[in-house]
Design a protein around this ligand. Structure first.
Ligand SMILES: NC(=O)c1ccc[n+]([C@@H]2O[C@H](COP(=O)([O-])OP(=O)(O)OC[C@H]3O[C@@H](n4cnc5c(N)ncnc54)[C@H](OP(=O)(O)O)[C@@H]3O)[C@@H](O)[C@H]2O)c1
Length: 357
């Protein structure tokens, strides 16, 4: 079927990962747009109000996908924001690829008006998790020696869309910041919990990562900006069949931002004191329960708020993390967010929702 540049006036999004940080925030964004209907997929039930149709499905089970998704002929856009954790990249590759392949194989043949499939990747596409990588990273840079599930997922979309009426795109954000609880990859929640515990123990806010990581140049993206970008990407025909770097558009060093974060929590910014968060925070669950009771907070467990090994990785990355953004700017996406302001705004939200005191 020939490709068309016409974007349907009324669109139906199938969002894979309805309870995740990216998928959940994307659904909340699409909820505000009159020309979108939304279907959300995940095993768990979303913990936010939405006008979407939610389908509880195990996407790793092809039979469950067949049974529950075969009727979705009205889908025009698929947004993939699923993720399943595994101990090694070799194990992550088939599992995460199946998370995309299983639902697409069922929905794509029946969705005759399918226009676009947008896939969330990350800077790990370039090997950002392996050590110093080519910086600033351009979308045309080769990936690293695999396994890498982002690459397997993209290859599937490339081959599956060949000769069809729909196109694909992928986005490669750095660390994504925003509202989510119960999913591990959330640096804002982690820092907020770390600061709250430091304060309760009468300690300054010491940077727990590596000394060199404190001074390196890094980037982040506000999930609100990211989901607006995904919507734009999926409806801008010029973006078809390509990968895109995306972030807030600025760069920062923890040594600057840490001072603002300490001031926000009314703490002295201590010097760097490298600790292994996974080990040192392992016994802080009971302390968190006391903090919850003392300040009348929502009864979240510490492990619902912070995944400490993720903090060890993020706060000890001691090489530059810089992407090139000329491609999105050339195509017309010019939104930006001040990353320092973003962190403080997100701490405000955690306070308003009584997650932290
Ligand atoms: N978060 C970041 O900072 C970041 C940065 C760069 C790139 N990315 C990439 O963006 C993508 C999405 O990440 P995320 O952080 O938004 O993920 P996340 O918060 O961990 O959410 C993952 C989603 O996948 C769903 N899921 C997992 N296994 C499933 C299954 N078997 N059946 C149905 N649904 C399943 C989860 O729902 P249930 O558990 O309820 O089933 C959840 O809704 C990933 O590829 C990730 O690598 C993320």
């Amino acid at each position: 079927m020939p490709r068309t540049n016409r974007v349907a006036e009324h669109k139906t999004a199938l969002v894979i990962g309805a309870t995740g940080i990216i998928g959940g925030n994307l659904i909340r964004h699409l909820d505000t747009l009159e020309d979108w209907d939304v279907i959300g997929l995940s095993r768990g039930a979303p913990d936010y109000p939405s006008r979407m149709e939610h389908i509880s499905v195990d996407l790793l089970d092809p039979g469950d996908c067949e049974a529950k998704l075969g009727r979705l002929g009205h889908v025009t856009h698929i947004f993939f924001a699923g993720y399943t954790d595994r101990p090694t990249w070799a194990e992550q590759d088939p599992a995460n690829t199946a998370l995309l392949v299983n639902p697409v194989r069922v929905v794509e043949p029946v969705a005759k008006e399918l226009h676009h499939v947008c896939q969330a990747q990350g800077t790990k596409y370039y090997g950002a998790h392996l050590g110093p990588w080519t910086n600033p990273a351009r979308e045309t840079d080769p990936t690293h020696m695999g396994p890498n599930f982002y690459v397997s997922q993209q290859k599937f979309l490339e081959s599956e869309s060949e000769g069809k009426s729909w196109s694909w795109s992928s986005l490669r954000p750095p660390i994504v910041c925003g509202w989510s609880l119960g999913k591990p990859f959330n640096l804002v929640n982690l820092i907020a919990a770390y600061a709250t515990i430091s304060k309760e123990l009468g300690l300054p806010l010491r940077y727990p990562g590596e000394e060199r990581a404190y001074r390196t140049v890094v980037q982040a993206v506000d999930v609100d900006l990211l989901v607006r970008f995904m919507t734009w990407l999926a409806t801008t025909p010029e973006c078809a069949d390509q990968g895109f770097n995306i972030s807030n558009g600025d760069l920062f060093r923890w040594e600057d931002l840490w001072l603002r974060i300490a001031a926000y929590f009314d703490l002295e910014a201590g010097p760097v004191q490298t600790i292994n968060l996974a080990r040192m925070m392992g016994d802080k669950g009971p302390l968190w329960e006391r903090i919850v009771a003392k300040y009348g907070l929502m009864p979240y467990r510490l492990e619902d708020i912070a995944h400490w090994p993720f903090g060890d990785y993020m706060l000890s990355t001691d090489y530059d993390m810089i992407s090139d953004y000329n491609r999105i700017r050339r195509l017309g996406f010019h939104e930006f967010v001040d990353t320092g302001d973003m962190f403080l705004r997100m701490f405000d939200e955690l306070r308003e929702k009584r997650v932290i005191p």
